[in-house]
Design a protein around this ligand. Structure first.
Ligand code: PXL
Length: 277
């Protein structure tokens, strides 16, 4: 069995089924030691709630890192999600270059935009810093909005294969290595994931539900990371993660009160089954 030590850095949204509250259970059920570094604590996520609290933990990040270094701790993978500021991006860049072991896989989910726009508290300076961070990662997990912001190509809602290829090329020109692009849909009832490694591009297509849900990007990124660190190749990891997200969305679609996230917990065990844990 492949038991890895993964560091994940993102916020804790106490309510909201996103960021660390999904990364921790998902990476754990994939059979890995999951080390968390919370970047901030919010009472809820920012996508639809108002009046949420925000406790910034930026200044704790270098202190926690120094302590770990004194303890001689290193990671098999470092995976980041939603971050709160350019300063946090700078700290993460330092962690990526100093806290991995010799096999460390660095995975960055830009987690800053969707549906054609940046999340509420980010601006273009943040996006530029995130673009630089992504160029230092081994694997990035952007959606189409994030890819268009990082490359400067216009965001298009109706697109074809040529547009997606142009986004991928432009990301590679910016120094991005392996690109896993989510939410790529070429027909009304299907969506999928582009997997681009070197010059090879493949596409995993699956059913598309009518309504999108909050937090699914974080669930995808966590399930992808957990699967890949368990030894699955990029395509199979993307497939496992996409299928998991779809099932979690189906599990939630009849509950209109559960608008802020998806009910992934009842199907967590299916990830362990697929990874034969
Ligand atoms: O799911 C991404 C995410 C994570 N954390 C916080 C968020 C969001 C998206 O809105 O607000 C705090």
């Amino acid at each position: 069995m492949s038991y890895k030590r993964i560091l994940t850095i993102q916020d804790i949204s106490c309510i909201g089924q996103c960021s660390l509250t999904v990364a921790l259970p998902i990476l754990s059920v994939c059979g890995h030691e999951t080390v968390i570094l919370p970047s901030a604590v919010l009472s809820t996520h920012t996508g639809g709630f108002s009046g949420f609290t925000f406790r910034d933990l930026t200044e704790d990040i270098p202190l926690i890192k120094s302590h770990w270094q004194k303890e001689g701790i290193a990671f098999d993978a470092i995976y980041s999600g939603y971050l709160g500021s350019i300063k946090q991006i700078d700290y993460l860049s330092d962690i990526l270059s100093s806290m991995g072991n010799e096999r460390c896989i660095k995975i960055v989910d830009p987690a800053m935009a969707d549906n054609g726009k940046l999340y509420s508290n980010f601006d273009l300076n943040y996006a530029e810093a995130m673009t630089t961070l992504c160029s230092k990662a081994d694997i990035i997990l952007p959606n189409i909005t994030e890819a268009s912001i990082m490359t400067g190509l216009e965001y298009e809602e109706d697109y074809d294969d040529d547009y997606i290829t142009a986004l991928i090329r432009a990301l590679r020109d910016k120094g991005m290595k392996t690109i896993i692009m989510t939410g790529v849909s070429y027909s009304p009832n299907t969506t999928g994931v582009i997997i681009c490694e070197g010059n090879e591009i493949s596409y995993y297509k699956h059913e598309k539900l009518e309504k999108g849900s909050h937090g699914t990007g974080d669930i995808f990124a966590s399930a992808f990371t957990g699967s890949h660190l368990s030894g699955k190749n990029l395509y199979d990891s993307a497939k496992i993660a996409a299928d998991f997200v779809l099932e979690a969305m189906k599990n939630t679609s009849d509950d209109s009160e559960h608008w802020y996230g998806v009910k992934f917990e009842p199907i967590l065990h299916t990830l362990a089954d697929k990874l034969s844990i």
